[in-house]
Design a protein around this ligand. Structure first.
Ligand code: AMP
Length: 131
């Protein structure tokens, strides 16, 4: 999938795949849902546990979400991320959260989402830069 140039276009595309999941037009392997968030297993997992948490509102990325969502949406969403991780049994021994925004991140789906990775030792942070 080619990453759209999200840093140049913050217009929300209501036909993106996560919008379709939210509308029930495409199935997902759901693990959690409340008024603020939906969480489901990533279709192409990059760790033993790889779950995506998305807000119910139409936000392109973290940039859009933190600039334009209400305090209640931001708080409710972040509480949901923590609750999902706890319900997955990841609080111990630990997990990683990650959110991509824009061209340099390679964000593929233009609906804000947080990745939760866990279920294994994840190593340190991101791949080191080539020297
Ligand atoms: P990102 O690169 O941060 O935009 O991540 C998008 C993620 O969405 C990738 O890890 C994909 O594997 C995942 N993904 C794409 N389509 C689906 C889908 N239909 N259900 C679950 N995960 C998906």
């Amino acid at each position: 999938m080619t990453a759209p140039n999200l840093s140049d276009d913050m217009t929300y595309d209501s036909e993106n795949i996560f919008a379709k999941i939210l509308r029930g037009e495409i199935p997902c392997n759901k693990v959690f849902e409340d008024v603020h968030a939906l969480a489901f297993h990533d279709i192409n997992p990059q760790a033993a546990v790889h779950v995506l948490v998305i807000p119910k509102g139409a936000y392109v990325s973290n940039e859009d979400f933190t600039a334009n969502a209400s305090d209640a949406e931001v708080a409710g969403f972040m509480r949901a991320v923590g609750q999902v991780a706890r319900e997955l049994g990841l609080a111990e021994p630990g997990y990683r959260i990650l959110a991509n925004h824009g061209t340099d991140s390679g964000q593929e789906v233009p609906h804000f989402h947080v990745h939760i990775f866990g279920g294994q030792n994840l190593g340190r942070m991101i791949k080191p830069l080539d020297k």
